[in-house]
Every structure is written in structure tokens, then in C-alpha cells.
Design a protein around this ligand. Structure first.
Ligand code: MRU
Length: 368
């Protein structure tokens, strides 16, 4: 998608040095557009852990390039495969909830194991990481194509009056390589001229809604309004939301969905108000080894300072300010789980299905 009218991806191989991966540094958006250079596997792990890059699909793609860098590093050392395995573990441990990370590392590991004695291993790994990147673009585009039909139908039902869509966190193109998951139907609806407006949850504590979703919608010219995280229920009670679309970091076999903390409360409010609540996901986010998401999805706990401090712009300088007594402890769960019964449907690259084992199987029989 575009930044200042120019098309960008979130991640790419540096044009002058193919041993360096460039990413948009998301820590300072929307105030500063910076590029972070991933030059080794420690940088890759840091970028994922510290949320230079974030969002389940982009974490996966970044880890894929991290595995490519592991191949370069391994070729400089004698202990090839064991070194790469250690890097895989290091990358895997960066963020526990998003399962795309494991998916991408496993895809890369398969290729690496099959070619461990091949002198061209780094080149092969680079080609595989590029393939995973391109696949993400394609998958997100297709999620949008299917999700567009939901928005089209709602617009028709409203006699082409504005369709109001609420989203939580950032499941936009910045969470992927391009298009986004939850935002892909939104961008495609905008492109075909459907009148849409997006309610953007600010998404405390890191405010990915305010700093990232609002930024990217603004850049694409999509009408939107920022709301604090507590406003959605009120809007729904007053007929101001037609549809909720969110992303996911892990979706279980029975259709339970882990997503940014606060998603569950939005799903409850949508359910109570009879508002369709859809989850957009690439199949790399499915974890068919788990059934009950509430019991079994590992939920990341992050630094308490993300809750205690808020980052913003003051006099053109990005600053972080304390918003509570310094000694007050804070608890910071990154995600919560929305049970399948609250979800109207899953929007995937192969179509839309019920959030249930039967629904997922109907689109992805090959994964069972
Ligand atoms: O902690 P983050 O910012 O990496 O959270 C990920 C998310 O943005 C969401 O949970 C998202 O909706 C799923 S990723 C498309």
C-alpha cells in the first residue's frame, strides 16, 4: 500500500546488500518513518521481540528472512545445521502467541534440512524467504477479495449508505507485507467505490490502532475515526457499527481466535447487538493442534512499562510519559481469546467459513 503516494512493502531485501533486510520501523509511526536494517540473526530476533515489526503475518515473513541470515552465518562457521537450529529456537522464542512465526520457521527449516550440504544454501534460503513474502501478499489480496463481498452485501442492504466497520489493533498492511488481513476487504471496498467508514480502536497499551491503523487508513484516503477502546459497545448499541473485522494471531481447530487484548470484549458487544463479527486470517495462522483456545493458546505477557507509559509527540519530539504512580504495578497481557461461538465467520484466502472445525475443514481439507 502507499505511504505519501508511493507504494511500499513492509519488508524487502536491501538493494545494495543482499545480506541485509530492510523493514519499516513501526515503533515511531505515525510521527517518523524510519527504516530498520536487519543485518544478522540477533537483529531479526530483536526486531520481532521489540516490535520494530509486528503483526502475525509480518512476524512470520521476518523470521523467514532471519532463517536466511542464519544460513549465511552458519556458512561462516563449521557447525552448520546445529547453529541454524539454535537460531530457529531463538527466533521462535521471541513472541509466543502468533503461530505464523512457527509456520514460517518450519517452512524454512524443511528447505534447510533438505539442502544442508548444498553450497548454494544461502541463495536457496533467500529464494524461499522471498517466496513466503510473495505468498503473504497473494493470500492477503485473496482475503480482501472474499471479504469485499460481505461489505458489498451490507452496502446493498443499506441502499449504498455508508457502511461502518469497526476494527481493533492493527491488522492492516503494516501487520503483513501488503494489503493487511482485516483491512484488505476495507481497501478493496474503498477501491471499488463503496462508501465505507472505519472506527479505529486505539488499542492500548501500544496503541497500534491509533499509531498504525489510523496512519495507514489516512494514507490510503479511507474515511476513519479514532475511538478509545471503551467506545465500541456504545456505538454498537446506537446502530453506528454495521460490521466488525479483526485479525488473529492464532486460530484453533474449533475456530477460537487469539487476537490483540480487548478483542473478546468487542466480540461480546457485537454478539449482544447482533452485529456481524468476522475474523480475517491467512491459513498460516491456523493451529490445528489446539482445540480449546482459552485453555491452550499461550498468551504473551509483555513489559509492565507498556501500560505505565504512553508514547506520543510533543514539540516535534517523540516522548514517553508515565501515566500512573511510578511504583504502581501493571499487568500486560498481549492477547485474549474470542471463542468461536461469538464469531460470525472466518475470512480466509480460500473463502469464508464458519468458525468451527467443520467450517475450517470445508476450505482446508488438505491441512487435516
Ligand atoms: O502485538 P502485535 O501488534 O504484533 O499484535 C498483532 C496484531 O496486530 C493483532 O493481534 C492483529 O489483529 C493480528 S495480526 C494481523
Amino acid at each position: 500500500m502507499n505511504i505519501n503516494g508511493k507504494h511500499h512493502h513492509t519488508i524487502w531485501v536491501n538493494s545494495k546488500n543482499k545480506n541485509c533486510i530492510d523493514v519499516i520501523d513501526q515503533r515511531y509511526l505515525p510521527h517518523k518513518i524510519d527504516i530498520y536494517k536487519i543485518q544478522n540473526t540477533d537483529d531479526a530476533a530483536y526486531a520481532i521481540k521489540e516490535m520494530v515489526v509486528r503483526g502475525a503475518p509480518l512476524i512470520g515473513v521476518t523470521a523467514a528472512y532471519g532463517m536466511y541470515l542464519a544460513c549465511i552465518e552458519a556458512c561462516e562457521k563449521s557447525c552448520k545445521l546445529s547453529y541454524i537450529k539454535d537460531v530457529a529456537t531463538k527466533l521462535y522464542n521471541t513472541r509466543p502467541t502468533a503461530v505464523n512465526l512457527k509456520w514460517a520457521i518450519d517452512e524454512m527449516s524443511k528447505l534447510i534440512e533438505e539442502n544442508s550440504n548444498n553450497k548454494l544454501l544461502p541463495e536457496l534460503a533467500l529464494a524461499k524467504a522471498e517466496e513466503i513474502k510473495l505468498q503473504d501478499i497473494d493470500v492477503c489480496f485473496n482475503i480482501g477479495k472474499h471479504g469485499l463481498e460481505i461489505i458489498r452485501q451490507l452496502a446493498a442492504k443499506k441502499n449504498n449508505k455508508t457502511v461502518n466497520i469497526l476494527t481493533h489493533c492493527n491488522a492492516g498492511w503494516l501487520a503483513t507485507v501488503d494489503w493487511g488481513t482485516a483491512t484488505s476487504p476495507i481497501y478493496q471496498a474503498h477501491q471499488v467505490g463503496i462508501d465505507i467508514h472505519v472506527w479505529v480502536d486505539e488499542t492500548r497499551p501500544r496503541n497500534q490502532g491509533a499509531s498504525l491503523t489510523a496512519f495507514e487508513l489516512n494514507q490510503q484516503g479511507v474515511k476513519h475515526t479514532l475511538i478509545n477502546d471503551n467506545t465500541g459497545g456504545h456505538l454498537m448499541q446506537h446502530g453506528m457499527v454495521d460490521l466488525v473485522i479483526v485479525g488473529t494471531d492464532r486460530t484453533t481447530r474449533n475456530g477460537d481466535v487469539a487476537n490483540k487484548i480487548g478483542t473478546y470484549l468487542k466480540a461480546l458487544a457485537a454478539f449482544d447487538n447482533n452485529i456481524p463479527f468476522y475474523v480475517a486470517l491467512p491459513s498460516s495462522t491456523l493451529d490445528l493442534t489446539i482445540e480449546d483456545g482459552v485453555k491452550n493458546i499461550p498468551i504473551e505477557t509483555r513489559d509492565e512499562n507498556e501500560v505505565k507509559y504512553v508514547q506520543g509527540l510533543e514539540k516535534k519530539e517523540i516522548k514517553s510519559v508515565l501515566i500512573c504512580p511510578e511504583t504502581t504495578p501493571a499487568l500486560n497481557y498481549g492477547f485474549d481469546v474470542t471463542p468461536a461461538r461469538l464469531i460470525t465467520g472466518l475470512i480466509t484466502e480460500r473463502g469464508i467459513c464458519e468458525a468451527s472445525e467443520a467450517g475450517i475443514k470445508s476450505l482446508f481439507p488438505d491441512l487435516f
